[in-house]
Design a protein around this ligand. Structure first.
Ligand code: URA
Length: 243
């Protein structure tokens, strides 16, 4: 596969498209030992030897970030009205969010350039667990557990897949993720953990609405085997390895 030299360099993390164009202009880039004349020349990444200031450049392959998404950011590559999650991760690697969290939802969001991984994590057939911490308008009833485990009608063509609900008591370690303003809700039955295996639009909010409650605060704590580290602050991202 052929690729433009400036795209290759940007994808390899050397700099932005305009930064690498500048490097080429300053004659800092060679292809197979010869000075590269233009950013648009085509190279074959697996065959050609590209060097910057004499240092060989290798494709770093795929990269995945775990972002602690803050509320107020939308999960899109660009948006006219709101800041996007892409502003919170390094640029230039053809990254995109793996699925979506609502603008008002916080928590674990993966951002990657690995299409295969994204597909595996999101495929409905794979039933990847996603666990959310929710603060509810009024105490959760035990009956929700049975209703959610059977699947609920949220107005779509089919009911939701079975989901697991835990109503948090004060011993639950997940309460450490509660923001200060919701600490008063501990031990009131208004804090719950819901694990779902789908990613329907507003799914968690709609599931609680379907049983007569409302979600006031929502945070995703885990996605598959990945857990949001307590130490990862809102707006921060770390690189993660996925099998
Ligand atoms: N369910 C929701 O209601 N919102 C999200 O962001 C994710 C799951």
């Amino acid at each position: 596969m052929q690729i433009r030299l400036d795209k290759f360099l940007a994808d390899a993390g050397i700099g932005t498209r305009s930064e690498v164009k500048n490097l080429i202009k300053r004659k800092a880039v060679t292809v197979n030992g010869a000075c590269a004349a233009k950013p648009e020349i085509k190279i074959i990444p697996d065959e050609d030897e590209v060097a910057v200031n004499g240092n060989l450049v290798t494709m770093r392959g795929s990269v995945t970030y775990m972002l602690h998404k803050p509320a107020g950011y939308v999960c899109a590559v660009t948006d006219d009205r709101f800041p996007t999650v892409m502003e919170l991760v390094p640029q230039n690697r053809d990254l995109f969010p793996v699925g979506r969290l609502d603008k008002d939802t916080e928590g674990l969001l993966l951002i990657t350039n690995d299409g295969g991984m994204a597909h595996r994590m999101l495929s409905p057939r794979r039933h990847v667990d996603k666990t959310y911490l929710a603060v509810l308008d009024h105490p959760a009833e035990k009956a929700y557990m049975t209703l959610f485990s059977a699947g609920v009608d949220i107005g779509d063509d089919t009911p939701t897949l079975p989901a697991r609900l835990v109503i948090c008591d004060s011993e639950r370690p997940e309460l450490d993720y509660l923001p200060e303003e919701y600490r008063v809700c501990e031990d009131t039955g208004r804090v719950a953990l819901l694990t779902i295996q789908e990613g329907r639009y507003h799914q968690v909010r709609r599931m609680f609405h379907a049983v007569g409650n409302e979600v006031l605060y929502l945070k995703r704590l885990s996605f598959g085997t990945l857990m949001l580290p307590l130490s990862l602050k809102k707006g921060e991202a770390i690189c993660v390895e996925l099998q």
